[in-house]
Design a protein around this ligand. Structure first.
Ligand SMILES: *Cc1c(COP(=O)(O)O)cnc(C)c1O
Length: 431
């Protein structure tokens, strides 16, 4: 039987409900602590708690209660092998072999470790190429690594400029890959505009020029698929508390391509040892031959615990299905905004095309800071980014099409009634 839907109004709530009814990931919303009538669109900054993560935290707390020191080798998740086990579970999300990944540190500390290893200024090849839109912490880390080599940051950090303040052109990045560049550091997805960079094109271009290239995956892991091994990226690093819902301060992750395994990391610590030798406690370290070598001290067990539950969920659903729904959600949201909020001076700072759009949209408006405050008052959780951007991330695992529809109606009402004028146009301490 062919069912013809006539007079479908794609801007009506019933259409959102229709999209929800066809959504194969619909059932996963119940796995998360989403509050009724709260539209949480900030999962790209801090993902929310899932019931599975809560459970693994409780199990791991219990192993401490039960076993004390023996928890390192006993219980359902022996702590000594935690980071490696979680690396195995993260590998499919980044398109890596399990031995190329380790969960450790934070985005910033992992970038320090990777630069300590891969940034070896020699002869004329002494510079680091990055971009002016990258997350500031990455730029701070790069500058301090340059300074640690006794070099001047003004001459040795080259920043690719953005023409529109939101996006980068791959060809301009490649033009920046000159013979004096030693390492390139780029985001896979830009944190404000959500632009996806073409990792393959950039990696090939860097390698043709004899340059090492590494990517920051903070805004892409858990939102889009990756093929780090196949692409030949030298290294990558990320946090696990955004799309991966690992909880505030969750331990981060890093990838080192197989071709570099066996190299001695720039920074050594005993948890980077070959595991069978670690407790020999010798003065000479035997580093692991996997990416595990890049660990430093004792893993933060309680900040890794939620990831067992969370990564299980991601592996069950599969990153391709997540990406497919995420694109539908952001596409639908842009459609509604375009229709309903015309005339209110919003522009999209995010790329429109599916291949270059990440997991969130970025609305630009002069009054962005106070529009965000008004949204929060009305139970929509966006985030504000300096100077004038509103990031909205409908998340595949726990946002519905109806949530998107409701959000756009609330935004319309705030603009129409000008209730945003009741707030100051200033960012809060955390924004
Ligand atoms: C969130 C984020 C960070 C945060 O670094 P931490 O060390 O995890 O605090 C770094 N880089 C990018 C691109 C980010 O989005």
């Amino acid at each position: 039987m062919v069912v013809l839907i006539v007079n479908v109004n794609q801007f009506a709530r019933s259409f959102a409900e229709h999209l929800d009814s066809k959504d194969p990931l619909k059932k996963y919303k119940a796995e998360f602590y989403v509050k009724d009538n709260v539209y949480y669109l900030d999962g790209n900054s801090l993902g929310i708690l899932s019931k599975r993560s809560e459970q693994t935290v409780l199990t791991i707390l219990n192993s401490w209660k039960e076993y004390g020191i023996d928890g390192w080798t006993k219980g359902e998740y022996p702590w000594f092998y935690f980071s490696e086990k979680l690396a195995e579970k993260s590998a499919p999300l980044v398109g890596a072999k399990p031995e190329e990944v380790i969960l450790t540190g934070s985005t910033t500390s992992n970038l320090h470790q990777l630069l300590a290893t891969f940034y070896k200024p020699q002869n004329i090849r002494t510079k680091i190429l990055a971009d002016e839109l990258n997350f500031p912490s990455d730029l701070y880390a790069i500058k301090s690594q340059i300074a640690l080599r006794g070099l001047k940051t003004e001459d040795h950090l080259v920043l690719v400029k953005s023409k529109d303040g939101h996006t980068l052109l791959e060809d301009e990045i490649i033009e920046g890959m000159k013979e004096d560049v030693a390492v390139v550091i780029l985001p896979s997805v830009l944190y404000r505009s959500g632009q996806v960079l073409d990792m393959k094109k950039l990696t090939d271009a860097a390698h043709e020029r004899g340059i090492i290239i590494g990517f920051d995956l903070c805004h892409s892991i858990g939102a889009i698929p990756h093929a780090l091994h196949e692409t030949g990226v030298d290294f990558a690093f990320w946090c696990n508390y955004k799309h991966l819902n690992g909880g505030p301060g969750a331990v981060g992750g890093l990838f080192v391509h197989e071709k570099h395994l066996g190299k001695i990391p720039g920074l050594l610590g005993w948890f980077g040892s070959e595991k069978s030798k670690q407790f020999n406690l010798e003065t000479e370290m035997t580093p692991s031959t996997t990416a595990g070598a890049y660990q430093l001290g004792t893993p933060h067990i309680l900040s890794l615990a939620p990831l067992f539950g969370s990564l299980e969920l991601f592996n069950e659903v599969g990153i391709d299905a997540i990406r497919e729904k995420s694109l539908k959600l952001t596409g639908y949201m842009m459609n509604l905004i375009d229709h309903k909020l015309r005339g209110f001076d919003f522009t999209f700072g995010n790329p429109i095309g599916e291949s270059s759009r990440g997991g969130h949209i970025y609305l630009v408006h002069e009054e962005a800071a106070r529009i965000c405050k008004a949204l929060k008052k009305e139970r929509v959780i966006p985030d504000f980014r300096m100077p004038n951007g509103i990031r909205l991330a409908p998340v595949a695992l726990y946002s519905s099409f109806t949530d998107v529809w409701e959000t756009v109606q609330i935004l319309y009402s705030i603009m129409e009634k000008q209730t945003y004028k009741l707030f100051d146009n200033q960012r809060d301490v955390i924004a």
